[in-house]
Design a protein around this ligand. Structure first.
Ligand SMILES: [Zn+2]
Length: 422
């Protein structure tokens, strides 16, 4: 491998990725703006012009901000790699941490330093998104105190979970021989399975309150549905999403005994019992079609391939020098290699996002089809319309933007498919 070829491949992929993303965003802005004047014919009698225009303005405000963050993210990536940012941080951390904490301690310090600097740089953008854009459109319910608490708890959990895992992987890279990546994969796969159980039961409750559905009338209806669908009845929870945002949602998570359906309180407040049943039937459709285990298998496949790739790349000096870093002579380079792959990998990975988005959209169609067998398709349609309106999702997205970025089908496609079922 040749250093100049690495630089060239990375720079070309970065330019292509940034160009594609910025082009798609500007298409989305243009498309939404062009259709702002009138509600699309299919929705004319169910969506008001006012709601349609609010959705357009909200979409455009977010996409304009996205133009800025995308360009900034590209500049940062260039700064870390080819412009020498990672090399400079590494020199400082190496000098300071290696004599004090040894090879493993130095590498953990390096990864933590880079992630801390990255978080601080992203901070103003996160704040602007929450306290300016979401606020402006009436969605933000987050206070500064809650934001600060989230940031602190998130950091503590991230360090408590991430550092031991990282230490284990770095140790395997040094000690487990040429096939270390298979061992590391086993560790990460086990960790992912463990998180499927720990996240909903231990970590998510650090941020939100979850309680079993209490409304008795609704409960009877919901339990009958869950029984029909073969889902254990204790897996239904209501979450206090209204503490942070007015956006409404429902999701399905976990597997085995940890599987559960979570409703945001904002969603329950807005929908009729029939509509709630239909939304629940959609979530149970994800369960019926085993979408969570399928996604996990895909994620693990990507990890196995990435780790095997890392096993090869970390022994190529050109991988480091080509991305703007001088490999260490007196200390292991595993931490550096891990960082470089984390930075450069998504630039190449971006080009497979249309595939993952398409799979995700297909899963949504499957869950909708299942819901229209187990509940009324018309109830799901009216529930979706309310959710689209409440969340100010645009009814007129750019078709190409949808293909790349939408994990859920746009309203027009989803309602048309449901119409075929009703
Ligand atoms: Zn879904």
């Amino acid at each position: 491998m040749n250093s100049l070829a690495v630089t060239f491949a990375f720079a070309a992929a970065l330019v292509a990725m940034l160009g594609t993303r910025l082009w798609l965003i500007s298409r989305q802005i243009r498309h939404v703006a062009q259709h702002r004047g009138a509600v699309p014919a299919a929705f004319a009698d169910v969506v008001s012009l006012e709601a349609h225009q609010k959705a357009a303005d909200y979409t455009i405000a977010r996409q304009r901000f996205e133009l800025l963050t995308t360009a900034w993210g590209g500049a940062m990536l260039l700064g870390w790699t080819l412009l020498g940012g990672l090399d400079a941080v590494n020199a400082v951390v190496l000098d300071w941490a290696l004599p004090r904490w040894g090879a493993l301690g130095y590498q953990i310090a390096l990864l933590m330093a880079v992630s801390a600097i990255g978080s601080v740089i992203d901070l103003p953008f996160d704040l602007w998104r929450t306290f300016r854009i979401e606020q402006q459109f009436g969605f933000n319910r987050m206070t500064w105190a809650l934001w600060l608490k989230d940031a602190l708890v998130g950091t503590v959990v991230g360090v408590a979970v991430g550092v031991p895992l990282l230490a284990l992987v770095l140790w395997l890279m040094a000690a487990a021989g040429a096939l270390w990546w298979l061992w590391a994969f086993a560790v990460l796969a086990g960790f992912t399975l463990l998180m499927q159980v720990l996240y909903p039961t231990v970590i998510a409750p650090l941020f939100n309150k979850f309680h079993p559905l209490a409304d008795e009338a609704l409960k009877g209806r919901v339990q009958a549905l869950m029984q029909r669908c073969g889902f254990k009845a204790q897996g239904l929870y209501v979450m206090d999403g209204s503490r942070r945002s007015a956006h409404a949602n429902a999701y399905f998570t976990g597997f085995g005994s940890s599987k559960r359906v979570v409703f945001f309180d904002t969603l329950l407040a807005r929908l009729s019992p029939e509509e709630i049943e239909a939304v629940l039937a959609h979530e149970l459709g994800h369960f019926h079609h085993r979408h969570v285990p399928k996604r996990l298998v895909t994620v693990m496949g990507v990890w196995l391939a990435s780790l095997a790739l890392l096993g090869w790349l970390m022994n190529q000096p050109a991988f480091y020098t080509g991305l703007g870093v001088q490999p260490n002579l007196m200390a292991p380079n595993h931490g550096l290699a891990l960082l470089l792959l984390t930075l450069a990998g998504p630039v190449f990975g971006f080009f497979i996002t249309p595939i993952t988005a398409a799979v995700s959209r297909r899963h949504e169609f499957e869950a909708d089809a299942y819901a229209s067998q187990q509940a009324q398709a018309t109830d799901l349609k009216s529930a979706l319309l309310k959710l689209f309106e409440d969340n100010a999702n645009t009814l007129t997205p750019d078709p190409l933007y949808v293909r790349f970025h939408y994990s859920h089908p746009p309203a027009s496609e989803r309602l048309a498919a449901l119409h075929a079922h009703s």
